[in-house]
Design a protein around this ligand. Sequence first.
Ligand code: FMN
Length: 392
Amino acid sequence: MGAAARRVAKSLVYQQRPAAAVEFATTAARRLTDGLTDRGALGLSTLGMLYLSAALAESSQERTPGRVAAAGGYVAEAGDVAARQGADLDEDYTQFGPTNVTLHRMDVLLRFEDGWSALEAAEDARPEALAGMTREAAGRAPGRRRARLAADPTQGRRRSSPAPDRRAGARGGARTPGDGEPRQGRGPRDPGPRTGLAQACRALWTAGMTQVLYLIACAAGPTQHIDDGVRAAQDDGWDVCLILTPSAATWWEPRMEELVELTGHPVRSRYKQPWEKDALPKADAMLVAPMSCTTLNKWGAGISDTVAVGIPSEAVHMGVPVIAMPYFNQAQGAQPAVTRSIAALREQGILFLDGPDGYQSHPPKRGNPQAFPWGKALAGARRQTGDRCPRT
Ligand SMILES: Cc1cc2nc3c(=O)[nH]c(=O)nc-3n(C[C@H](O)[C@H](O)[C@H](O)COP(=O)(O)O)c2cc1C
């Protein structure tokens, strides 16, 4: 019951209803307190996580003094529950306990952009507890990538795919040219010195508090450099699963293993067979980028003959935030079907990023696929998920 209440609260946040999520989580926590307390550690961890869900929902809204105080209060309630529980446990895969409460306190403070207090909060976390939590989470986390990161957070970048000859030198220093969004803070794979905050952030990353992003790419120019998009999303704190259209998959066929290695997940491009299990963890959000003119028009017409359209076209009607950013030229965009398809997508709640907030179509033969503005796409993903994704 309590665990179901947590899931409802989470889904309310995804539906852009954080205030309702706070109300729901706190009401459930208060009503269920006695019953959950009687159930020992399992009940206490559920109760504590309900308060932490309320804190996260509260802090996914614009900062006001009232919200800062309320979110702090929910974290404090969770802290009391953790104190009653007494130790860091992993009941019902919650990893609830004093250390997890400290991580949430930091997360809430960072969301309210109070880095100094987050740093102070990090001092409460015992390094051994954080390290233990990281190992623990890595052991049970889906995907090889988390495990690799837990072993060595610098590994992702070192192992990332070498640029093929045709691209050698073209990547240069700027990783996402034209995205106009400077990175904030240190990434989880940054080999810099580990302060308490950095270590705690790393634990946030590996403790399963990282969210899963399905990055869905079509056979449009920037997909030649889709590894750049994957890395940009990973740097933004996402656990990235890559899905390609069948046409896009042919572009990467000789180097597909590199993408598997980079993401730590299988790369999907075809519908699974009826007897096959889902290969990917559940998505917290989906970003369809770069989106081709063909995929846009198929989706707008309700045709989902590729898994790349099928997954997000259903997901958006199941409460998952879906963002799409196109890449095609002005001549392709002049087709009347394009305007209709964009309207059809927006009508369904998809955040379609064109114009100044997204990709502005280029004149024919004047595209620059390497300058695809991944920063804008990821900013859209953050907006749609209420800034839930921790940028470490
Ligand atoms: C080298 C190459 C580059 C292409 N670039 C684009 C592009 O940038 N945008 C686009 O909409 N279509 C582009 N196309 C056409 C699409 O690949 C084609 O419409 C394909 O059917 C799209 O299928 P998909 O959306 O399932 O990936 C390109 C095709 C080729 C061969």
